[in-house]
Design a protein around this ligand. Structure first.
Ligand code: F6P
Ligand code: MG
Length: 469
């Protein structure tokens, strides 16, 4: 565990736990208040009573967080609770541990994930779902397809924010979908060079789509106002590690070596709903339409996570929005991706592992079924900052250590990360690049010190100092 005070003061970890996470919890509590009548209509007095219990549970959680209380074991009956509690024991017994793990004395990655799981518990458990048999992995499927939870239990407290962000990004969504529609019209006439150009463009749109995430912008996200395709050229200097050509050659070779029996499969480990998800869907459709891939698997979250991460509901809702005629502007997109799901060339896959605190080097033993699933892929695209942190164990690595070393033997299939920096971990840099980040980080922290104390940093300010990996 790394203490948040002292060494980390002024780091983004410190800023997150001290300022941002309590703000997120406050927004969650406000959302519950705003839905009070809905709970009453749907569940009568019981609903209002349960909503009150959830609010007191979350207010207590916020106080624990702000006053550095011990991190407590999960007492709910949900099947992943045992894995969370095993992980807590592991934290307790760390050689340089400080005894009882607490919010400020535990690794940032752990306590931030833990907060989102406690929010889920507040909403799922306070409504008295039937007891599930305890913690086998398989039981999770039952939880996941749980039908006997009253609707309130599947209440995604971040849903409004995600939908609002989607509609606020409509200019960028329309620009991207209209561009893609045009591209599809003549994609069969493009030669390999032209296809490569289009691939690199859409890969960058998916990368920069990661800038907009609501856990980070405290909800007011305005980064996707402009057309996503115009700014690509002048964003190239901000790309710290650029292996896009290697990704292209891997796909071209996979296609050349494709046999009758073996499909070329690409897996996208999704991050945020909204514009970023649309950019991932466009990229996935390009892979199919250009015949670079035969099937795309999308991996999403089983519970509401990091405010804007994509759940199965978000995935299906977004595809329906883009295909539906009921939204004036949406019908101009006129994209029908539901067909890809029906044909099975697009598959949505969710697994509890993605919403555990474990970094990915433990997947082969904690979630062997998921690891085996990923091994079937020709290419894994990990989207976003949280996935990057779990790929690299969220360690304070030297900037120049190679990415594959930081993976700590996690390698189910060829993989790459498309991530904009929102946290301190960074690897794979050339000599001198690290100092560039360090300098801008210090400059950012110093010039934003007052920001750390009262108002959330805006994305533009943050992005001016940080760049994409
Ligand atoms: O502090 C910013 C943060 O909450 C990180 O903890 C987390 O890694 C990131 O935002 C989530 O960003 P993304 O949606 O890109 O994974
Ligand atoms: Mg996210």
């Amino acid at each position: 565990p790394v203490s948040l005070s002292g060494r980390f003061k002024g780091s983004f970890a410190y800023f997150t736990i001290k300022d941002r996470l309590p703000q997120i919890l406050t927004r969650v509590i406000d959302t519950l208040h705003r839905h009070k009548n809905e709970f009453f209509e749907e569940h009568g007095e019981k609903g209002v009573e349960a909503e009150k219990r959830a609010i007191s549970f979350l207010s207590k959680l916020r106080n624990e967080l702000q006053t550095d209380k011990p991190v407590t074991p999960l007492e709910d009956e949900l099947p992943d609770a045992a894995l969370w509690n095993q992980y807590l024991d592991y934290q307790r017994n760390l050689p340089n541990g400080n005894g009882e793990p607490s919010w400020f004395q535990s690794p940032w990655l752990y306590v931030e994930c833990y907060m989102y799981r406690r929010i889920h518990a507040a909403l799922a458990l306070k409504f008295k779902i039937k007891t599930l048999h305890s913690a086998e992995f398989e039981a999770y499927r039952i939880f996941n397809m749980l039908q006997f939870c009253p609707p309130i239990n599947n209440f995604d407290v971040f849903k409004e924010g995600k939908a609002q962000n989607f509609f606020e990004s409509q200019e960028a969504v329309i620009a991207l979908c209209t561009y893609f529609q045009e591209l599809l019209k003549n994609i069969k006439d493009l030669d390999e060079k032209q296809l490569q150009e289009e691939f690199l463009k859409l890969l960058q749109v998916s990368l920069w789509g990661n800038k907009c995430d609501l856990s980070f912008s405290a909800g007011e996200d305005s980064s996707q106002k402009s057309s996503p395709l115009q700014s690509l050229e002048n964003m190239v200097p901000y790309i710290l590690v650029n292996d896009m050509e290697k990704v292209w050659s891997l796909l071209v070779n996979a296609k050349k070596n494709r046999t009758e029996r073996s499909n070329v499969r690409v897996d996208i480990i999704l991050d945020n709903a909204g514009f970023e998800l649309v950019s991932d869907l466009v990229l996935a459709d390009f892979l199919l339409s250009s015949k670079l891939a035969d099937e795309v698997y999308f991996h999403g979250k089983s519970i509401p996570w990091y405010v804007s991460d994509t759940t199965k509901h978000d995935f299906n809702w977004t595809i329906k929005q883009l295909g539906s005629a009921n939204h004036m502007w949406m019908s101009r997109c006129g994209i029908n991706w539901e067909g890809n799901l029906k044909k099975g060339v697009w598959v949505f896959h969710d697994h509890m592992f993605w919403t555990l605190p474990h970094d990915f080097s433990s997947m082969s033993e904690v979630a062997p079924d998921l690891y085996a699933e990923l091994q079937k892929s020709n290419l894994l695209l990990f989207k976003g900052d949280l996935n990057y942190r779990k790929l690299t164990g969220d360690r304070k690595w030297e900037y120049s250590i190679p990415f594959h070393q930081a993976l700590n033997k996690f390698h189910p299939a060829p993989l790459c990360s498309l991530r904009t920096l929102k946290s301190d971990t960074q690897v794979g840099l050339k000599p001198g690049q690290g100092e560039q980040i360090q300098a801008s980080e210090t400059e950012w922290m110093e010039s934003h010190d007052r920001v750390l104390l009262d108002i959330p940093v805006t994305r533009e300010q943050m992005n001016h100092y940080r760049a994409a990996a």
